[in-house]
Design a protein around this ligand. Structure first.
Ligand code: SN0
Length: 321
């Protein structure tokens, strides 16, 4: 594995899950493999789980970790070519990524969708420029269209908790006051479609995700119908893809409630966090034994460790990116 930006970078998803579970069982099993190597974690947006779990995973492999919060501490970056840089942007990604590549053997990058220019976001311009100009392996810590470390941890959690083969997994849209990226939802779908689950996606009209992510999933506009017989309920808000970045619906009737969870087959409740209580999901669900959000977040460490270990085994063979 050279870069880790989507499920398409993974040859064998089941095998990668196996590696993650092996690290969960024995975190120090490859404690020397990253010795003398540096991971740089570059954040253009806030983070709690991603920053801590990826740092912990790298340390378990013996790596050095350095973190830069670009939005708070770095120079404001320019990404477009040929611009006259007389505005607030002080540094171009061409130099910034190249310099980070000098310091780091592997780079993790968080760069959310801007939600203004759909073509630019879906081309993954920021991520691609970091890959190109750093000349190092890059791990997505949530890009414009995907959050693959989250999705891998989600899959690990489903594998640990499923009570039957081919469980019914429902991704449901839920309300939120602000426009959020489609990345978590897109990514969850493409990973679930590579796993042994029955995927149902439920959202109000207007919230259809890009075809490339949901092709093969069942779309059910009636949330209650979608919940029927479900083994896992995965809640997430996203803004519209069609009317790009718009908040079209704030209907509290889409919130996940204990009453709706009754429609499922004793389903577990999942969310990537952070979650807005009593907007996305009511306290009664989040505080019930059905909620597995903390276990899910815990699995972020093993997802990151499995991915880092794979990339290290490549860089060890002298691959500079
Ligand atoms: C991000 C998202 O992509 O939806 C990160 C999730 C891992 N979530 C948010 O930005 C939530 C912010 C909020 O105001 O609730």
């Amino acid at each position: 594995m050279k870069n880790f930006t989507s499920v398409h970078d993974v040859e064998d998803v089941a095998w990668l899950c196996g590696r993650a579970f092996a690290f969960k069982e024995k975190p120090e099993r490859e404690a020397q493999s990253g010795r003398g190597k540096t991971l740089g974690l570059i954040f253009l947006n806030p983070s709690l789980r991603t920053r801590l779990s990826t740092q912990l995973a790298a340390q378990n492999l013996g790596m050095n970790v350095i973190v830069l919060n670009v939005s708070g501490e770095g120079w404001k970056l320019e990404f477009a070519d040929g611009t006259v840089m007389d505005g607030p942007e002080a540094e171009h990604v061409r130099e910034a990524a190249a310099v980070i590549g000098e310091y780091c053997d592997i780079i993790g990058l968080r760069a959310f969708a801007g939600l203004k220019d759909r073509e630019r976001d879906y081309r993954e311009e920021l991520l691609q420029k970091f890959i190109e100009f750093s000349d190092r392996p890059v791990i997505s810590l949530e890009s414009a269209t995907r959050h693959p470390l989250q999705s891998l941890a989600d899959l690990l959690t489903i594998e640990e908790l499923k009570r039957r083969p081919n469980p019914k997994v429902v991704l449901t849209w839920a309300p939120h006051p602000n426009p959020l990226p489609q990345a978590v939802a897109n990514s969850f779908c493409e990973w679930m479609l590579r796993a042994d689950v029955e995927l149902v996606v439920s959202h109000p009209p207007g919230y259809e995700l890009a075809e490339q992510f949901v092709e093969g999933a069942v779309i059910e506009y009636d949330q209650r119908k979608a919940f029927s017989g479900a083994d896992f309920i995965y809640a997430k808000n996203w803004s519209a893809f069609g009317e790009y970045g718009a908040v079209l619906n704030r209907d509290p009737d889409w919130m996940i409630t204990a009453e709706k969870m009754e429609l499922t087959d004793n389903a577990r409740f999942m969310h990537c966090l952070p979650v807005r209580r009593n907007v996305v999901v009511e306290d009664a669900v989040l505080d019930s034994p059905a909620s597995v959000v903390v276990q899910q977040a815990g699995n972020r460490v093993w997802a990151a460790q499995a991915v880092l270990s794979e990339i290290l085994s490549e860089t060890g063979r002298g691959n500079r990116g």
